[in-house]
Design a protein around this ligand. Sequence first.
Ligand SMILES: COc1ccc(C(=O)Nc2ccccc2)cc1NC(=O)CCSCc1cnc2[nH]ccc2c1
Length: 272
Amino acid sequence: GAAAEIKRWTLNDFDIGKPLGRGKFGHVYLAREKRSTHIVALKVLFKSQLKQSQVEHQLRREVEIQSHLRHPNILRLYGYFYDQKRVYLILEYAAKGELYKELQKCKYFSERRAATYVASLARALIYCHGKHVIHRDIKPENLLVGAEGELKIADFGWSVHTFNRRRTMCGTLDYLPPEMVESVEHDASVDIWSLGVLCYEFLYGVPPFEAKEHSDTYKRILQVNLKFPSKPVVSSSAKDLISQMLVKETSQRLPLHKLLEHPWIVQNAEPS
Ligand SMILES: COc1ccc(C(=O)Nc2ccccc2)cc1NC(=O)CCSCc1cnc2[nH]ccc2c1
């Protein structure tokens, strides 16, 4: 038969619900597609602000990339449409909301919960790297939780998003690997570094190189000044994994598929 007709969405196709948050370029609303009654998140971006910040090309590129990504731990971009003044992104709705709020509430996660999240993120990143997409910006602020408790890399758009970020988050350096602090080109191994930082923050409630001043965080990252506090008590197996990911030499970082075979992951992550 004829090639599948690309559906032209309009605002009329949706019932708009409560606001879910606001970003630099507009707001995000809960919405229901009328015909299917499917619940989505509708992100409304103002063309004027996109133009002003010259991010239209970035948005087009991202929409192109995201529309080909299908993975249970990557938030879906189902489609987009626009009218005179706005661009609308039809996004997957993650029913259990933002992971960082959960982390703030329970201070730090159990080893089983941390390992389960890290394993699902590793599988999502392996999938992305397979499609030559890197740097999915996996800090806690960019992670949402689906209805079954599964993690979703929400990738709030190339740091254009002030979506309910923690104050400390705007411009945080905590997650930058040395090669980005030194602003040399980066490859997929940046994601291994960031996943190591995330694993540390899941287990201790704070990122490993946190410091009062940005300059001190820079120094700690460049020196890979990794210290494990005595509290909370964390297994040496978890520390071993983190120590294999937070390595300055990018080629020496534990590859993601090796991470999935690490004893700490094998013994603690829930089967996917
Ligand atoms: C695939 O995802 C995205 C793709 C692209 C962009 C984006 O804005 N790109 C951009 C914009 C302008 C210039 C250049 C690029 C954003 C997202 N993702 C989000 O924004 C996640 C939070 S909104 C959804 C959502 C879901 N489920 C929830 N549950 C609770 C809150 C909540 C919130």
